[in-house]
Design a protein around this ligand. Structure first.
Ligand SMILES: NC(=O)c1ccc[n+]([C@@H]2O[C@H](COP(=O)([O-])OP(=O)(O)OC[C@H]3O[C@@H](n4cnc5c(N)ncnc54)[C@H](O)[C@@H]3O)[C@@H](O)[C@H]2O)c1
Length: 316
C-alpha cells in the first residue's frame, strides 16, 4: 500500500450501491477510484464526493481492460434492475463476463484483493427456501432474465477459477434486494416504484396478485456487510448471502408505503413478468457466523429515509 492510504477501485461506483460504498470508503480513509460508464449511474450520485481529493471519477467501461495501481477492487459494474439490464441484454452479459475477466486480470497483475457483487438471482426461481449458499439455483438459461442471472453465475465461476488457478484473494457476496436513497426512480424495482407512485398519488402497480414475497435490506446495512467481507482473512472467499431475512409479500409492502407516505393511491394489478421469482429470502447464517453481521436498520426506519430522499428529489 502506497502513501499510507488504501487505494480502492470501485467499478459501478456512480450507481446506487456504488455511491454509498465510495462514500463509506472515503469516510474510512481510503483513496477511492470510481470507474463507471454512467449507463445507469449518474454524476449526481457522487457530486458530493467530487471535491474530496481522495476521490476520483473515471469514465470507463469494464468490458475494456483497465490498468491502474490499487490494493482492493470492488466489482459492482452492472445494471441491476430488469428494465435496465434487458435494454441491451448482450451488453449486460458482456459487462458481467468480460467485466469480471478484466477486473480479475487487473487484480492478478497488481496483487489486489477483489470483491464481486453477485446476486440472489443466481438462485433463479428457487425450489429451496430460504436460500442457503450451497443451493445451486434454478435459472432459465434462455429467458429474458438470463443475460443478468447467467452473466452473474459465469462471473462467479471466473472468480473461483482465478482463485483455484492463480491463488487470487476473492470475496463473493450474493446480494439480496436492497433499497435506500439514490435508487433510480424509474427502474421498476418495487420499493422505488411504490414510493414514487404513492408520492405522486398514482395507483400502485402490483404484478400478479402481489402474494410473491421479497425481503429488503437497507443500503447502509449492506455496505457494512461488504466491508466486513473484504476485511476477512484469505481463507474466506464466499459466496456469502448478504440481505435482510425479514420476508413480506409485495402487497404488504405496497400497503405499508401508502400508509407511511399518507397517500390515497389505490392498487392496480398487472400480469406477472416471465421468470419472476415467487419467493425470495436469504439464509444469512453464514454471514452471521463468518462476519458477525446482521442487518440493523428496520424496514420502517429504512423506508422513512428512502421516502424522505424521494420527496426531496421531487421537490427539487
Ligand atoms: N441493488 C440491489 O438490490 C442489488 C441486488 C443484487 C445485486 N446487485 C448488484 O450490485 C451492483 C450494483 O447495483 P446497483 O443497484 O447499485 O445498480 P446501479 O444500476 O445503480 O449501478 C450499477 C453501476 O454500474 C455502472 N455500469 C453498468 N455497466 C457498466 C460497464 N460496462 N462499465 C462500467 N460501469 C458500468 C452503471 O453506470 C451504474 O453506475 C450490480 O452489480 C448489481 O448486479 C444489486
Amino acid at each position: 500500500m502506497k502513501y499510507g492510504r488504501k487505494r480502492v477501485l470501485v467499478t459501478g461506483g456512480a450507481g446506487f450501491l456504488g455511491s454509498h460504498l465510495c462514500e463509506r470508503l472515503l469516510d474510512d480513509g481510503c483513496d477511492v477510484l470510481c470507474a463507471d460508464n454512467l449507463f445507469t449511474g449518474t454524476k449526481d450520485n457522487i457530486a458530493h464526493l467530487l471535491g474530496n481529493p481522495y476521490f476520483e471519477l473515471m469514465r470507463h467501461d469494464v468490458t475494456f481492460p483497465l490498468y491502474v495501481e490499487v490494493d482492493e477492487i470492488y466489482n459492482l459494474a452492472c445494471p441491476a434492475s430488469p428494465v435496465h439490464y434487458q435494454r441491451d441484454p448482450v451488453q449486460t452479459t458482456k459487462t458481467s463476463v468480460h467485466g469480471a475477466i478484466n477486473m480479475l486480470g487487473l487484480a492478478k497483475r497488481v496483487g489486489a484483493k477483489i470483491f464481486q457483487a453477485s446476486t440472489s438471482e443466481v438462485y433463479g426461481d428457487p425450489e429451496v427456501h430460504p436460500q442457503t449458499e450451497n443451493y445451486r439455483g434454478s435459472v432459465n438459461p434462455i429467458g429474458p432474465r438470463a443475460c443478468y442471472d447467467e452473466g452473474k453465475r459465469c462471473a462467479e465461476t471466473l472468480f473461483f477459477d482465478y482463485w483455484r488457478q492463480h491463488g487470487l484473494r476473492i470475496k463473493v457476496a450474493r446480494i439480496f434486494n436492497t433499497y435506500g436513497p439514490r435508487m433510480h426512480p424509474d427502474d421498476g424495482r418495487v420499493v422505488s416504484n411504490f414510493i414514487v407512485q404513492a408520492l405522486e398519488g398514482r395507483p400502485i402497480t402490483l404484478y400478479g396478485d402481489g402474494s410473491q414475497t421479497r425481503s429488503f435490506c437497507f443500503v447502509d446495512d449492506l455496505i457494512e456487510g461488504f466491508l466486513r467481507l473484504m476485511a476477512t482473512g484469505d481463507d474466506v472467499t464466499g459466496p456469502i448471502n448478504i440481505g435482510n431475512p425479514r420476508e413480506m409479500t409485495v402487497r404488504e409492502l405496497a400497503e405499508m408505503v401508502v400508509a407511511m407516505v399518507g397517500s390515497k393511491s389505490g392498487i392496480v394489478f398487472q400480469p406477472l413478468p416471465a421468470d419472476d421469482p415467487l419467493q425470495r429470502r436469504p439464509d444469512i447464517t453464514l454471514a452471521k457466523e463468518t462476519l458477525g453481521w446482521t442487518p440493523k436498520v428496520t424496514l420502517e426506519e429504512g423506508l422513512e429515509r428512502t421516502i424522505a430522499y424521494f420527496r426531496a428529489r421531487m421537490q427539487a
